[in-house]
Design a protein around this ligand. Structure first.
Ligand code: NAD
Length: 263
């Protein structure tokens, strides 16, 4: 018996990285998992892998969280396949292309479109379905970058917005028995972090974006527990918010960051 048997979960940006870790834990807990991502081939591979490993039903969807048409048609596909969506995880996210003073308006636009408005758009499409069903659980993936601003203003501001919209959505949707919470991940060695690494270094050459020294140095000097987070760490926290154990928790943002930020 898993904690999420009979639940249907849609996870955006779950073809790889943190989203895949979240989808993995939800599948391990017995949920049917919908892998929704821009990267359709990889989404298909991830969905097949989870079905094989955990014996749950899965569906891969090519979905762009910035496009209302793409979201609407994919939510309809998911509901016609499984009849309901009990859990929505708004995980899709992008970093800016440039760092610090070099950030451009395009960086602000992409961070806001994906990291913040993407949450609003997907939730706007899924929450009415949850309302008809009598309730649901929504988990937004923010970041510790949203707790304290740093060298990526566009990204940090979009993530602070993700924490804020979590509170607004929790206030609006509570009367429909929909809980909305957020996770603020710390530092994970994913494709996203490797893009940031190249940005810090001002060089996107493969040997720069693939090196781990800076990543490990940031952890060693900033993280009391002194170890990186893994996608499954974020998945474990999501599974808690998505379970009945969290029925009376809403509007909260939980850092899963080895103690790097304590607010
Ligand atoms: N890696 C970290 O250290 C870290 C820390 C804090 C927060 N986060 C957040 O965690 C989330 C996942 O990041 P990750 O590190 O796994 O990155 P990642 O780049 O490995 O994965 C992001 C996924 O989102 C998908 N995606 C991007 N734009 C999309 C769109 N418009 N529509 C649908 N899917 C889209 C990508 O295709 C990719 O599969 C993001 O919201 C990120 O901001 C990451």
């Amino acid at each position: 018996m898993g904690r999420l048997d009979d639940k249907v979960a849609l996870v955006t940006g779950s073809a790889r990285g943190i989203g895949k870790g979240i989808a993995t834990v939800l599948a391990r807990e017995g949920a049917t998992v919908i892998v929704a991502d821009l990267l359709s081939d990889l989404a298909g591979e991830t969905a097949a892998e989870l079905g094989n490993d955990y014996g749950v039903s899965t569906l891969a969807l090519e979905m762009d969280v910035t496009s209302e048409d793409s979201i609407a048609s994919n939510v309809e596909k998911a509901v016609s396949e499984f009849g309901r969506i009990d859990i929505l995880v708004n995980n899709a996210g992008v970093p800016p292309e440039n760092f610090g003073q070099a950030e451009t308006e395009a960086d602000w636009d992409i961070c806001y479109e994906v990291n913040l408005k993407g949450i609003w758009k997907v939730t706007s499409a899924v929450a009415p379905k949850m309302q008809e069903q009598g309730g649901g659980k929504i988990v937004n993936i923010a970041s510790i970058a949203g707790r304290i601003g740093g060298g990526m203003a566009s990204y940090s501001a979009s993530k602070a917005g993700a924490i804020s919209i979590t509170q607004s959505q929790a206030a609006e949707l509570g009367r429909f028995n929909i809980n909305v919470n957020a996770i603020c991940p710390g530092l994970l060695w994913t494709d996203l972090w490797r893009q940031i690494e190249g940005m810090f270094a001002g060089d996107h050459a493969e040997e720069v974006v693939d090196r781990r020294e800076r990543f490990e140095a940031v952890i060693a000097s900033n993280m009391p527990l002194g170890r990186e987070q893994r996608p499954e760490d974020i998945g474990n926290a999501v599974a808690f918010f998505a379970s009945d154990e969290a029925n009376n928790i809403t509007g909260q943002s939980l850092n899963v960051d080895g103690g790097m930020r304590m607010n």
